[in-house]
Design a protein around this ligand. Structure first.
Ligand code: GAR
Length: 191
């Protein structure tokens, strides 16, 4: 059974989908803890599913490195097989990447390497592209620059706003993420 710690910053809708998938008896992975860099709304999903949660508030630390050290300590306490960044809106400090790579995956609301960074949906709209996408990647030291594990194209429709487009991307992200976790857990996909 592959053990996961999921890190979030926001509403955690992708986290919720993973928790639902992992609650099925046949699913080969389970979420052992959920962590956040702030008082994220998505922590409520962990509580609902009876999964332990922890917060390492970014703003409480003097530097990204200091935050990263505490994050490593929290993660080490759970010793997960895989870390899933599911809407964590922080660049992971080098210490975390060095300790866990390549066992860290990230979901991203664009077809990487197109539109990396914190505003993948907004940037795609601003560029006027006719299609964008969703990706699941391995996290490395760069900004959304690691190897792509799964991705899918999604059309940008006339009249799309950041919100309507993101709402169409997220279900695809969820499907890709659950599939990637399942394939890592069964050994079909090696990191
Ligand atoms: C997701 O679309 C995720 O890919 C994105 O934040 C959203 C979180 O939604 N992450 C990034 O943009 C990271 N650069 P959620 O909190 O509802 O799961």
């Amino acid at each position: 059974m592959l053990t996961l710690v999921v890190l979030i910053s926001g509403t955690g809708s992708n986290l919720r989908a993973l928790l639902e998938a992992a609650s099925h008896p046949g699913f080969p992975a389970r979420v052992i803890a959920v962590g956040a860099d702030r008082d994220a709304d998505g922590l409520a999903h962990a509580e609902e599913f009876g999964i332990p949660a922890f917060t390492v508030p970014y703003t409480a630390f003097p530097s990204r490195e200091a935050w990263g050290q505490e994050l490593v300590e929290q993660l080490d306490a759970w010793n997960p097989d895989l870390i899933v960044l599911s809407g964590l809106m922080r660049l992971l400090p080098a210490a975390v990447v060095a300790r866990y790579a390549p066992r860290i995956v990230n979901t991203h609301p664009a077809y990487l390497p197109e539109f990396p960074g914190a505003h993948g949906v907004r940037d795609a709209l601003a560029a006027g592209v006719s299609r964008t996408g969703a990706s699941v990647i391995v996290v490395d030291d760069g900004i959304d620059s690691g190897p792509v594990l799964a991705q899918e194209r999604i059309p940008v429709l006339p009249g799309d706003t950041e919100s309507t487009l993101h709402d169409r991307i997220k279900p695809v992200e969820r499907r890709l993420l659950i599939d990637v976790v399942q394939r890592i857990a069964t050994g079909e996909l090696t990191l």
